[in-house]
Ligand binder design. Structure first.
Ligand SMILES: [Zn+2]
Length: 221
């Protein structure tokens, strides 16, 4: 049985009982045209459903036409499967929406990508301001690593912060720690990583929560 069969068979119970939604039934009928196995399954379920209908207590108070319990269980099982399949489809739709949102977020990040270079003026990074914190940095390539001239305002007075560069290998390298002063502050720190290898510059607070974060593009080879 193919995946398409497995997926559609969950809906067969609803079709047999005449309770499928029209869009679903169209998809199912298209599959049935090419699948003898599923056609046979639907025939069987339809006859079971018909038997159940005869045995429906609202139409007939039981008696000799009552179908065996096993058949009833089977159709109820199909209906449960159908319900589960519906839920799975909803989850997939949610996943698609989430994936789209992620793609949009990635596209927005791409707009603030900064290309590091080793020009005398350095690589300028302006951070997207976040929760009242705004900052900019100028990165210079030095023999000791990457020097970061960092200007920041809006950090909480007295709180400790960490400035990091992350390399192409994903490892974060500390450039230094500093305290928020409650006023705009200029700092110069150095991280032991070549500027050409730096892919991200970011600041965390003393809970390791990210406060500022920008990506750096790989320089052209
Ligand atoms: Zn099939």
């Amino acid at each position: 049985m193919s995946d398409a069969c497995r997926e559609l068979r969950a809906a067969l119970g609803a079709v047999a009982l005449g309770r499928a939604d029209p869009a679903e039934e169209i998809a199912l009928r298209a599959h049935l045209d090419g699948c003898a196995e599923c056609r046979a399954e639907l025939r069987e379920l339809t006859s079971v459903a018909a038997a159940l209908a005869l045995g429906d207590p609202s139409r007939d108070m039981g008696g000799p036409t009552q179908p065996p319990l096993a058949l009833e269980k089977r159709v109820l099982g199909r209906l449960a499967d159908e319900r589960d399949a519906r839920r799975a489809r909803t989850r997939r739709r949610v996943a698609v929406v989430a994936a789209t949102a992620t793609a949009i977020a990635a596209a927005l990040v791409a707009f603030v990508l900064v290309m590091p270079d080793s020009s005398p003026s350095g690589t300028r990074v302006v951070f997207a301001s976040h929760a009242g914190v705004s900052a900019a940095a100028t990165l210079h390539s030095r023999s000791a690593g990457t020097e970061v001239a960092f200007h920041v305002s809006g950090l909480d007075q007295g709180d400790s912060y960490w400035l990091w560069l992350t390399g192409a290998d994903g490892q974060r390298i500390g450039a230094g720690t500093f305290r928020g002063t409650g006023t705009p502050t200029d700092l110069v720190m150095t991280a032991a990583i070549p500027l050409a290898d730096a892919r991200r510059i970011w600041v965390t607070d003393d809970h390791d929560k990210v406060v500022l974060d920008e990506r750096l593009l790989a320089p052209p080879a």
